[in-house]
Write a protein that binds this ligand. Structure first.
Ligand SMILES: O=C(O)CCC(=O)C(=O)O
Ligand SMILES: [Fe+2]
Length: 296
């Protein structure tokens, strides 16, 4: 996409391909601030979380304030989960003007928004993410359109931000364009004739899978894609480290993957608009002080 793309063009391409690249979406100062955060926490990259135990569980309990160290499995590098607690720049990303209007339109304003997951990932040579997702997966958040009316109803939009250049050999994200609408199951997502959601048993990257396209990004670019696409990442073969930030937006009813609670400091600082995304349904309990509903 270039700077002249209009909404009609973006909508057409997003519908067709399932993803958009937003070049230079991050302001230079914000990009620098996030890279500084990574540099300041480099010791955690070199002392990664335990690689044992079941996938998709936060098992470490190692915290940097309210940011938690995590990985999905043995191959995907270090995730700094709940990075929204990492400082002002990560708070700005919640309703960043470069993508918030797109995300709101595709999730559909009738659903409002929530941040399902937010993390910063650092991955080195040998790291990758297995192939997963696709039009066949019956997960509740893998919706894309309302069938009767054609209205947008995207259950999850991943906003993946490149903090450094991600080119060939750097372990780029890979996608099968259009696969959010696929009726056929991707051959690598079928085991003994049965469809699966992710090939995490394979211990290999998604880069060499049928139909995959590498998405190369410059530092500051953003890749926006529906989680319903068949995707993953190629293995990083170059030395050095890939740095990305990932914010996943969903309808407010889907809300959160790991249910991190707002720290008192963040709760205090959040604008009403940001709080409406991080805590779209205010907790209600006779044991809690009454909370006024967030402004919409
Ligand atoms: O790490 C990557 O490149 C892919 C991330 C991914 O699978 C996702 O954002 O859902
Ligand atoms: Fe994914």
């Amino acid at each position: 996409m270039d700077g002249t793309s209009n909404d009609r063009e973006l909508d057409y391409l997003f519908d067709l391909q399932g993803y958009l690249v937003l070049p230079g979406a991050l302001a230079a100062g914000d990009l620098a601030a996030m890279n500084r955060w990574v540099d300041d926490h480099w010791s955690y990259v070199q002392d990664p979380p335990s690689r044992e135990g079941p996938r998709d569980q936060v098992k470490e309990g190692r915290w940097i304030g309210h940011v938690e160290l995590h990985s999905y499995g043995p191959d995907d590098g270090v995730n700094f989960q709940n990075i929204v607690e990492g400082g002002a720049v990560f708070e700005r990303l919640i309703d960043y003007p470069a993508w918030l209007p797109l995300v709101s339109r595709y999730v559909n304003s009738v659903n409002r928004l929530s941040l399902h997951e937010n993390l910063l990932n650092v991955r080195t040579r040998g790291g990758f993410l297995f192939i997963h997702s696709g039009g066949h997966v019956p997960l509740s958040y893998m919706t894309f359109r309302q069938h009767n009316t054609g209205a947008w109803m995207v259950g999850q939009i991943n906003v993946l931000m490149a903090l450094n250049d991600i080119g060939p050999g750097d372990g780029p994200t890979v996608l099968v364009p259009g696969s959010h609408k696929a009726s056929e199951v991707h051959p690598r997502l079928e085991v003994e004739g049965k469809p699966i959601t992710s090939a995490n048993h394979e211990r290999q990257g998604a880069g060499n899978a049928l139909g995959m396209r590498e998405v190369h990004l410059r530092a500051g670019d953003v890749l926006l894609f529906t989680d319903a696409m068949t995707h993953g990442s190629a293995e990083r073969t170059n030395p050095g480290y890939r740095r990305t930030v990932l914010y996943r937006y969903s309808p407010r009813h889907i809300r959160t993957r790991f249910n991190y609670q707002l720290s008192p400091g963040l709760r205090e600082r959040l604008t009403p608009e940001r709080r409406a995304i991080l805590e779209p349904v205010a907790p209600r309990s006779p044991d809690l002080a009454p909370v006024s509903p967030p402004v919409r």
